[in-house]
Write a new protein. Structure first.
Length: 327
């Protein structure tokens, strides 16, 4: 029987990583420079493992193979099969990340036999003056892009955004982007590990050598259009669902709760990922057979509610802020 699932975080040490993730999540570790916590992952070799309950110790890939549409929804399973379709992360950038772009599904399938990567960022916290890069601020040609990589001026044509807690950026495949120092972000993305690194400030990696760039691969993947706005505007109302992003890969909402809220999942035919970005409380789930489950959740935890859910109640203990996504 499926129930709301918590997973063991997969902590990643990286050259640009900070020291915020462990205390934010309330975990003790000797690991340093943690730049990413993979909260929910079906990426081969990095499959999330269930942390508690009857399925404790089993990974998401095994559970998905057994439960199929009961876990993710029939329409989702028919589309994505035995691969969990979303990858959920917390990202703590002490320094600037490399400038990147991701291919779309068509290009990724042609080149790598996998899905592309569309993603989004929810800013959990930001140091004073923190910023990130997303999109072009002036039009360039593919040839000019290559020249700007070579002469180290690519950042001159990228849109630079000062960020604050609660900001949202939607990043469709093809949009150049980079998280910069001082940003603490929750990332929701397609399950794909395909990244084209465009520019890395001539920094050495953890091995002391410059990291590989993918200049030529990225050239055909970039969306060279200039858009009027890259930050996602939304109105945040208390104690209700605030939808912020809806695309082919995920629908994401934000909840700022002082009182309980019930989400009806009966017509979704999908799982629901619940990321607690602030506060604490409980998640109550009723399934389609009338069974009820409860899981406590606090800041920094992520819960996967299976597609067998009919009603999901978020019950804050004091204040609780959540970011949710379904397929």
């Amino acid at each position: 029987m499926l129930y709301p699932l918590k997973f063991e975080p997969i902590l990643k040490t990286v050259v640009w990583g900070g020291e915020k993730i462990a205390p934010y999540k309330g975990i003790k570790t000797e690991q340093r420079n943690i730049g990413e916590s993979w909260e929910l992952s079906g990426v081969p070799g990095n499959e999330s493992v269930v942390a508690e309950g009857p399925l404790k110790g089993r990974n998401i890939a095994d559970i998905l193979k057994e439960y199929k549409g009961e876990l993710v929804g029939k329409k989702v399973y028919d589309r994505t099969g035995d691969e969990f379709p979303l990858l959920i992360k917390f990202i703590d950038a002490r320094d600037d990340l490399s400038i990147q772009v991701h291919p779309n599904d068509e290009l990724a399938a042609k080149r790598h036999n996998c899905a592309g990567k569309t993603e989004m960022w929810y800013v959990v916290g930001a140091d004073k003056g923190a910023h990130l890069l997303a999109g072009l601020k002036e039009k360039i040609t593919p040839d000019e892009y290559e020249k700007r990589i070579a002469d180290h001026t690519i950042t001159d044509v990228l849109a630079n955004h000062e960020v604050h807690e609660g900001d949202v950026f939607f990043l469709p495949a093809g949009r150049i982007h980079a998280i910069c120092g001082g940003c603490f972000i929750a990332e929701i993305q397609q399950t794909s590990d395909i990244t084209y690194r465009i520019y890395d400030y001539n920094r050495p990696g953890l091995d002391g050598k410059p990291r590989q760039l993918h200049t030529e691969l990225a050239k055909d993947a970039i969306d060279y259009k200039v858009y009027p706005e890259y930050r996602t505007a939304y109105k945040e109302e208390k104690d209700t669902e605030n939808e912020v992003v809806k695309c082919n890969y995920f629908t994401t909402s934000v909840y700022d709760l002082d009182a309980p809220y019930t989400k009806d999942m009966r017509d979704k035919d999908s799982f629901l990922v619940v990321i607690c970005v602030e506060g604490q409380g409980a998640i109550h789930m009723s399934d389609k057979s009338g069974n009820r489950f409860q899981v406590d959740v606090h800041q920094g935890e992520t819960v996967l509610v299976p597609a067998t859910a009919s009603l999901v109640e978020f019950a804050p203990k004091g204040k609780m802020k959540l970011v949710t996504s379904y397929k």
